[in-house]
Design a protein around this ligand. Structure first.
Ligand code: KMH
Ligand code: ZN
Length: 292
């Protein structure tokens, strides 16, 4: 499963002209990355000045556009930017996404702090359960894996029953984007969890290759990386997804379709009972095997 994170909250449009910041650009990016092999999109939106926002109207507009023009699994960011309030971060769930991010701990985030205190984690997670939204647990550090276990022990299983994680490596303040860090985190995940990995900046390729080798899924996109190689800027998210899809095919783990991703994650819209049972923990040999 390839997830594309096309925008993020940290990069200025002026520094990356291909960054999708309007709804029109985001939807076009969604169409392009779906054609290139992405199954899920991790959505951050921007305001009319291209600044990050969690404005519910803008989020809803973006999700409506993506639903109309793509079949991607839609995951909304509840992380927002480091400056967003907890209330605003919770409110995006009103846009009724298939999935949302649930970050599993606070960390230094460059020169800032990305705050995810325990009480907020619990409130956000319980909202996902009540609203039938599949959480993707964002794990930036090994301690976040421990907090994920605590969250599941305290609050029970996620909507749909599949624990799905994203290892976000290479953030200054989080775990490094190295094979060793990815494998240490994977070894500590709950039994049966599925996972993707992303490496910020130059760690993008080693982390993607590690994930493919270790049975994980991939997240790529301009939220996480802005160069294809040293000094070569990314022009569009399509380039990153095309490269990820090529790596996945080389690894003989071809990209998963959005429908297959819905079945894997057991989103509300995964309607086929057959596809549910085909991906139940009992029928898998190991979480994360098969298609990327
Ligand atoms: N922008 C970061 C502070 C998420 O989307 O949930 C948080 C982030 C994680 O990107
Ligand atoms: Zn994000």
């Amino acid at each position: 499963m390839i997830t594309c994170a096309p925008t993020g909250a940290e990069t200025a449009k002026a520094d990356a002209p291909g960054l999708p910041v309007t709804v029109e650009e985001l939807v076009r990016a969604g169409r392009e990355v779906e054609a290139a092999g992405a199954a899920m999109i991790h959505v951050h939106v921007r305001d009319d000045d291209a600044q990050p926002t969690l404005d519910l109207g803008r989020v809803t507009e973006a999700l409506d556009g993506l639903r109309a023009e793509t079949t991607l699994v839609i995951q909304v960011s509840t992380g927002g930017s480091v400056h967003d309030s907890f209330a605003d971060r919770l409110r995006v769930l009103d846009a009724e996404p298939d999935s949302c991010s649930v970050s599993c701990g606070t960390l230094n985030f460059g020169d800032d702090v990305f705050a995810n205190p325990w009480s907020f984690m619990v409130e956000l997670y319980q909202e996902t359960q009540a609203r039938e939204i599949v959480p993707e647990f964002e794990l930036f550090d090994l301690g976040h894996v421990a907090s994920l276990h605590r969250l599941l022990d305290t609050c029970g299983e996620p909507y749909g029953g599949q624990v799905h994680c994203d290892l976000v490596t290479g953030v200054p303040g989080g775990m490094p984007g190295t094979p060793a860090a990815v494998l240490a985190a994977v070894a500590a995940l709950p039994v049966g969890a599925t996972w993707s990995a992303t490496g910020v900046g130059r760690s993008t390729l080693p982390v993607a290759l590690t994930a493919l080798a270790a049975g994980g899924h991939l997240r790529v996109g301009m939220e996480d990386v802005l160069t294809l190689s040293r000094g070569v800027p990314v022009d569009s998210n399509r380039q990153l997804v095309e490269r990820a899809a090529a790596l996945a095919r080389l690894a003989q783990r071809p990209p998963m379709t959005p429908d297959a991703a819905r079945a894997l994650l057991r989103t509300r819209s995964a309607t086929s009972p057959d596809s549910r049972s085909a991906t139940s923990p009992d029928s898998r040999t190991a979480a994360g095997e098969g298609s990327a």
